[in-house]
Design a protein around this ligand. Structure first.
Ligand SMILES: NC(=O)c1ccc[n+]([C@@H]2O[C@H](COP(=O)([O-])OP(=O)(O)OC[C@H]3O[C@@H](n4cnc5c(N)ncnc54)[C@H](O)[C@@H]3O)[C@@H](O)[C@H]2O)c1
Length: 301
C-alpha cells in the first residue's frame, strides 16, 4: 500500500472551506480533490476577482454569496491569508463555523498566529490546529495554485498542550492526503528554523536586487547584463511583498538573530577578500560547496 493510499483509506471530508483562495489554499483544495477525499470545496477571498477565478478554475465548487454561506457546514476551514490578516480573518470566521468543525491555517510564522487564534477558537468552542506547508513558489493567487504543490514536501504542524488530539489527527491526515510528510514541532523551534531556511534567504534576495539595481556608476541598467546566476539567486524576490512584510514583522526576533549571523559571515568574507587571503577564501567556498552539494544529492532511503 502506498503512503497516499494509506493516508486516504477511510478518510473523507464532506465540505472544506478555504479562506484566501491563493497559491497555498487553492493548491490544498486541488490536492484533496485529486486524492478524492473531499466532496465539496467552498471558498472566500477578500479579492472578489480572485474568488471568481478560483470558481472558474474549479478550485472551489460553490459560488458563495457571503462568508457565512462559504463556511456553513464545513468540517474543516483553512485560513490561507497573509500572516498579518490571520487574526482578523479568524475573528470573522469562528462565530460562523459549525460546532465540532476544525479551524486550521497555513501561515509561515506560527507563534504569533497560534497565540492569537487559539484563545479565540477556544472561546467559540472550535478546535484549532496550527500548520505550515513547507512548499511554495514565488507566484500568488488562485491562478498559481496546482494540485502537486505538496507532493513529497513537508508540512509542519505546531500543536500546543491545548490542541485537541482528534482535530490534530484530522489535519495531519488531510495534509498526508495532499501528498505531504507531516512533522509535529514546537512552535518556537518552527519559527527559528523557518527564519534560517526561508525568511533569511528572502531578505537576502530582496536586498540583493535592490542593492544591484541602485548601483549608479554607469548610465544604464546593469541588471540587463544579468544571466542565470543572478536570476536563479533572486527568483524568490518576485514573491508577494504583503506576505513578506507580514512574515518579517511577525518573526522579528528570530529573523534579526539570523540576519546578525549572516552579517557575521559576510564580514568575514569581506575581510578575507580585503586581506587577499586565498587560503581562507578557498576553505570558505569549499565548505559551502560541500554542504550545498550534499543538500541537492538524492537521499538514499
Ligand atoms: N507562498 C508561499 O510560498 C507560502 C508557503 C507556505 C505558507 N505560506 C503562507 O500561506 C498564506 C497564504 O499564502 P499564499 O502564497 O497562498 O498567498 P496568496 O497571495 O497567493 O493568497 C492569499 C489570498 O488571501 C486573500 N486575502 C487576503 N486577506 C484576506 C482576508 N482578510 N480574508 C480573505 N481573503 C484574504 C488574498 O486576496 C489572496 O487571494 C500566507 O500566510 C503565507 O505566509 C505561503
Amino acid at each position: 500500500m502506498s503512503k497516499l493510499d494509506k493516508a486516504t483509506s477511510g478518510f473523507y471530508l464532506h465540505k472544506i472551506t478555504i479562506i484566501g483562495v491563493g497559491l497555498i489554499g487553492g493548491s490544498f483544495a486541488l490536492a484533496l480533490k485529486r486524492a478524492g477525499v473531499v466532496a465539496t470545496v467552498s471558498g472566500w477571498d477578500a479579492n472578489p476577482e480572485n474568488l471568481s477565478l478560483a470558481n472558474q478554475l474549479q478550485i472551489v465548487d460553490q459560488h458563495s454569496a457571503s462568508l457565512a454561506d462559504a463556511v456553513h457546514g464545513a468540517e474543516l476551514v483553512m485560513l490561507a491569508v497573509p500572516v498579518g490578516a490571520m487574526e482578523a480573518a479568524a475573528r470573522e470566521v469562528l462565530p460562523l463555523m459549525d460546532r465540532g468543525a476544525i479551524l486550521t491555517d497555513s501561515g509561515s510564522v506560527k507563534q504569533c498566529v497560534l497565540e492569537a487564534i487559539e484563545p479565540l477558537a477556544a472561546s467559540q468552542g472550535i478546535r484549532y490546529v496550527a500548520g505550515h506547508p513547507i512548499s511554495g513558489t514565488e507566484r500568488s493567487g488562485a491562478g498559481a495554485a496546482f494540485a502537486e504543490l505538496y507532493q513529497g514536501k513537508r508540512c509542519i504542524l505546531t500543536p500546543s498542550a491545548a490542541t485537541d488530539p482528534d482535530a490534530l489527527a484530522t489535519v495531519q491526515r488531510a495534509w498526508q492526503c495532499a501528498g505531504s510528510d507531516v512533522v509535529l514541532m514546537d512552535v518556537q523551534k518552527h519559527d527559528r528554523i523557518l527564519a534560517a531556511i526561508s525568511h533569511l534567504p528572502h531578505m537576502i534576495a530582496y536586498s540583493l536586487v535592490n542593492s544591484v539595481s541602485s548601483y549608479d556608476r554607469y548610465e544604464e541598467n546593469i541588471l540587463d547584463y544579468s544571466a542565470g546566476g543572478f536570476r536563479d539567486f533572486t527568483r524568490i524576490a518576485s514573491s508577494d511583498p504583503v506576505m513578506w512584510r507580514d512574515i518579517a514583522l511577525t518573526n522579528q526576533q528570530s529573523l534579526i538573530e539570523m540576519i546578525d549571523q549572516f552579517e557575521g559571515f559576510l564580514r568575514e568574507l569581506k575581510n578575507d577578500i580585503q586581506q587577499g587571503d586565498g587560503k581562507r577564501l578557498y576553505e570558505f567556498f569549499l565548505r559551502s560547496k560541500v554542504t550545498r552539494d550534499a543538500l541537492i544529492q538524492p537521499k538514499v532511503r
